[in-house]
Design a protein around this ligand. Structure first.
Ligand SMILES: C[S@@+](CC[C@H](N)C(=O)[O-])C[C@H]1O[C@@H](n2cnc3c(N)ncnc32)[C@H](O)[C@@H]1O
Length: 287
């Protein structure tokens, strides 16, 4: 991953103002597309993982990290409710500037509680061991390949304090644009993969590379042209999770996995059967 850069949050907010960067207007379903074609953030919506993360973030003395914070919906809510040590990291600097501006304009007294890092995971040198009490990675790990996901989950594990918790949600292949035969193929391949503990973890099935023939896997024919245009759907590489693979990555990193559950998002374009996302809540054991 590219080197990272720590932003001064007040300076970032002032730059957003001078560059006229502000929160884009949400679509009617609350979606706000990211500026770098990495999915969307939902305005005024909090996933179950985000809500549990916020509950920890607002307790006295807690230090938390939000990976892939985008325009900061979770960050703003946590700071509103009392979070005092909140680090947000994102690949897109403009997202972070907009996040900073939102906090600066609504609660300037909270700017000292907000740390911003422009960069991406995996990156082992981002933080020290045992630094955070909770880490959120909502809708971000599916942008990585299997090897990067292993690195990222291992790093998240090391950055957490003993007893610290990770909250993550990832896209699955139980979405309407996946061809049924591709879903069935993956179900089968994953069961085969998991049945042999000797398999190389990095060969876990689920990654779709943009340069492979994605037409064999995805079918956009059910998506209205206008939706494709409005949402700027462009081909990209991504890892499609399911319950067992989500658990596998986090257990391999050393987490006690407390919960793994499917979830959906209201208004999500590619709804299939309410398993469009899979969430993991894990705890770093004390010893
Ligand atoms: C779909 S948005 C999710 C935003 C927010 N976490 C949420 O759930 O609403 C994904 C965000 O993750 C960021 N992102 C993607 N890959 C990343 C990486 N490797 N490291 C850090 N941020 C990343 C993108 O720039 C984008 O802002």
């Amino acid at each position: 991953m590219a080197p990272f850069c720590i932003l001064d949050s007040v300076h970032a907010a002032k730059e957003a103002i001078s560059e006229d960067l502000c929160l884009p207007t949400p679509a009617s379903d609350g979606r706000i597309n990211t500026l770098n074609n990495h999915g969307a953030m939902k305005f005024n919506f909090f996933s179950k993982t985000a809500l549990k993360f916020i509950d920890i973030a607002i307790q006295p003395g807690m230090k938390v990290l939000d990976i892939g914070a985008a325009f900061g919906e979770v960050a703003v809510e946590a700071l509103r409710k009392g979070a005092m040590d909140y680090t947000a990291i994102d690949l897109d600097e403009k997202h972070l500037k907009i996040l900073a501006r939102r906090v600066y304009e609504e609660m300037p007294e909270k700017m000292s509680c907000l740390k911003l890092i422009h960069g991406g995971i995996p990156n082992g040198s981002l933080f020290k061991e045992n630094e955070f009490d909770a880490i959120l990675a909502d809708s971000v790990l599916h942008f990585l390949d299997a090897e990067q996901i292993f690195q990222a989950t291992n790093q998240i594990f090391s950055w957490l304090n003993p007893d610290g918790k990770v909250f993550a949600s990832m896209g699955t292949y139980y979405v309407s644009i996946y061809r049924p035969e591709a879903r069935e193929r993956l179900d089968r391949q994953i069961d085969e993969f998991l049945s042999n503990p000797e398999n190389d973890p990095k060969s876990i099935p689920g990654f779709n590379r943009i340069d492979n023939n994605l037409d064999l896997t995805l079918d956009f024919s059910s998506v209205p042209e206008e939706d494709i245009r409005n949402h700027e759907i462009r081909p990209m590489s991504f890892f499609s999770f399911q319950e067992k693979t989500a658990r596998y990555f986090f257990e391999k990193a050393g987490f006690d996995v407390e919960e793994v559950f499917y979830t959906t998002i209201d208004g999500f374009r590619f709804v299939l059967d309410s398993r469009e996302y899979v969430a993991v809540i894990g705890k770093k054991p004390k010893f």
